[in-house]
Design a protein around this ligand. Structure first.
Ligand code: ZN
Length: 424
């Protein structure tokens, strides 16, 4: 037995005997030099237990799903504290139902956005990086495709490129989330009526300043076959009665890119895009659509965790919080609307600690616990909040695949039949 092997059982013994702050502080000094960790093997291959869901008497007609990428309880708690202390409440704190969502993918405890969003959009676990496919590469019918068969109109919104993993999982079927040539084609041919976000470069060929490798000029295709909007002004002034799909690509890359500050004024906020998608429903209702589904993602909450930047987190949480306020107010006035707020995973291992050794005082220390300056996803669960018809199913502990089933349950769809599409 070497010195290190002796230290571990001895430290456990001392912790047991002494307990309390004194010893953990000593141990704290020890772990400051070398991060404390334990590597264990865990079981991944047992079947996911299905949550029992209640039938909903008066089903929802509309569903707004808001996803804070990389947002777990710690991001929400830090945001709450920064906005007004522990007694402040963020928009979704007011929701009457909440639960815990387990986020692991089929092949890893730590999920990425692709497999987690695929769980939300198809109800099945898959491998990391996969979009709309099961782990054996079979194509899965995703939520927007299913809803299209039931006279729903769908919209996808993101503050990242619209081809990024979360929106892409709701409309594409590819093995790699980085295959943006294929994802963009899938989005163009998808059943989704309104797509709003960044990512013009993904639709443009390299010779036109874009990043497409396949030389297919999808940007030109969008110009000729859809209502292509490129500015916030264009979005605000759009004639909502106009025919055709709407593609809003408001930046070359993602929105609010710090390398492209001059473009920021031309970019809508998440709530402005959400408001547009909600208002656009009138047009489709006249065409016979019975309800809408909107997925809106605060994409960059995750990126603030990746770069361990608290200011960035606050800015992106503000954007999401405002969008949730809008969705909540809409649902208050339209009792047939279900609003769900959740996340795909946590990013950064964000901690809330006391400033010094004592727990007193009003100063708090926030720190990221994944590699400094290089945050990563973690395996802790994420919360889910729900308001509206079917909200009671988003309670207790859910697997991320249960969220998909709870959405279908809330609108009373069992997938066995079909009503036909309401979109030309
Ligand atoms: Zn991430």
């Amino acid at each position: 037995m070497n010195a290190k092997q002796i230290f571990i059982p001895l430290s456990l013994l001392l912790t047991g005997l002494i307990g309390g702050h004194f010893f953990s502080d000593l141990l704290g000094l020890q772990t400051k030099l070398e991060k404390d960790f334990n590597i264990k093997k865990i079981v991944l291959d047992i079947e996911v237990p299905k949550k029992e869901l209640k039938d909903i008497k008066n089903p929802a007609k509309n569903v707004i799903l808001l996803i804070g990428d990389g947002m777990s309880v710690s991001q929400i708690s830090v945001y709450r504290l920064l906005k007004g202390g522990p007694n402040h409440r963020v928009s979704f704190d007011r929701f009457p139902f909440s639960g815990i969502v387990l986020t692991h993918s089929e092949d890893a405890l730590i999920t990425d956005s692709a497999s987690s969003a695929t769980a939300y959009s198809t109800g099945q676990k898959t491998k990391n990086r996969y979009l709309g496919l099961d782990s054996k590469n079979n194509s899965l019918e995703n939520l927007t495709e299913t809803l299209d068969r039931y006279k729903f109109v769908s919209s996808l919104i993101a503050t990242s490129e619209i081809t990024h993993a979360t929106p892409a999982a709701f409309a594409s079927h590819v093995e790699s989330r980085w295959d943006t040539d294929q994802i963009s084609k899938d989005l163009v041919s998808s059943k989704v009526a309104t797509l709003l976000g960044g990512g013009r470069n993904v639709f443009n060929t390299e010779s036109n300043g874009g990043v497409r490798k396949d030389k297919e000029d999808l940007y030109e295709t969008l110009k000729s076959s859809t209502n292509l909007l490129t500015t916030k002004q264009g979005l605000m002034n759009f004639d909502l009665s106009k025919e055709g799909r709407v593609f809003g690509l408001f930046a070359d890359k993602h929105l609010r890119d710090i390398d492209d500050l001059s473009n920021h004024d031309k970019e809508p906020t998440l709530s402005e895009m959400l408001e547009f998608a909600i208002n656009r429903f009138d047009h489709y209702q006249k065409k016979g659509c019975e309800g809408f589904f909107i997925m809106a993602e605060g994409s960059q909450i995750d990126w603030s965790g990746h770069v361990n930047n608290l200011q960035y987190l606050e800015r992106e949480m503000d954007d999401l919080d405002n969008a949730v306020i809008l969705a909540y107010e809409y649902a208050m006035n339209n009792k047939d609307t279900l609003v769900i707020v959740t996340a795909d995973h946590e990013t950064g291992g964000l901690l809330i600690e006391s400033e010094g050794l004592s727990y007193t005082g009003d100063k708090v220390k926030f720190s990221y616990n994944t590699d400094i300056g290089k945050g990563n996803h973690t395996g802790v669960p994420v919360p889910v909040y729900a308001f509206g018809p079917g909200a009671e199913n988003f309670t207790g502990t859910l697997d991320n695949t249960d969220v998909y089933h709870a959405i279908l349950k809330s609108i009373g769809i069992d997938k066995s039949s079909s009503k036909g599409s309401c979109i030309e």
